[in-house]
Design a protein around this ligand. Sequence first.
Ligand SMILES: NC(=O)c1ccc[n+]([C@@H]2O[C@H](COP(=O)([O-])OP(=O)(O)OC[C@H]3O[C@@H](n4cnc5c(N)ncnc54)[C@H](OP(=O)(O)O)[C@@H]3O)[C@@H](O)[C@H]2O)c1
Length: 246
Amino acid sequence: MSAHSPRRVALVTGASRGIGAAIARRLARDGFHVVLHYGSGEAEARDVCAAIERDGGSASLVQADLAARDGAARLAAGLAEPHIDVLVNNAGIAPFMSIEEMDVDTYDQLSNINMRAVFFVTQQMLGRLRAGGRIVNLSSVVARTAFAGIPAYSATKGFVDVLTLQLAAELGPRGITVNAVAPGVIETRMTTGLLENGGADAVQSMQALAGIGTPDRVAGVVSFLVGPDGAWTTGQTVDVSGGTKL
Ligand SMILES: NC(=O)c1ccc[n+]([C@@H]2O[C@H](COP(=O)([O-])OP(=O)(O)OC[C@H]3O[C@@H](n4cnc5c(N)ncnc54)[C@H](OP(=O)(O)O)[C@@H]3O)[C@@H](O)[C@H]2O)c1
């Protein structure tokens, strides 16, 4: 970057831990000033921010509860940056509940965070995204192939894929790309229970590649999509699942 070009800014939602934190660290290494959004994990978000700065990167924080009706508006109100170059809609929850187990309150919470917030955070950021900007949404392998027992969560990721495709067409004329990444099972707090008691072996038995996916694997693909080599890719959902259920 020349001394006169504006610093490139990336906003990552749900960056207090897990995949969001790994994406934030990676984009900071790629040269972005990273705004780490968090909901309730302030201490964790501060730790990620401090680690980025220790590594010579630049980061700041913004808080907003994305389950709240005005969560996206509050995030925008708290964001000091007038312009951003990258938006990563990563924040999400995954209640592992079958259709019989699901209740209306949990369903509302899930749909508010995983769908409504993705839509309205993107809407709030449209005025700040510079031409040539990039949006990356967190989908999941469960939108492509069936896993019994998590129908509501899986459907929220189907919403993400369709929204990604439609917004790619709508925002293309501004030079903005919109893509999604679809991880398989990634080792984070979201999947701790799933990977215990032989769960890790069961997961690997569904994958073409050995091992359990890490947040850094996902962050590397996001880095590609928001970097120079990703400039001609839009409207896509990129699998990051080690070849799950091929
Ligand atoms: N792990 C996997 O295997 C996997 C696979 C496919 C897709 N994904 C997707 O990847 C994304 C990240 O997952 P992860 O595994 O990293 O999950 P995680 O470790 O549980 O982290 C979730 C993040 O979302 C934020 N969040 C949750 N509820 C929020 C709320 N009401 N308001 C604001 N922020 C909220 C959390 O922030 P606070 O704690 O600060 O509130 C946290 O930073 C999700 O969209 C998930 O669906 C994960």
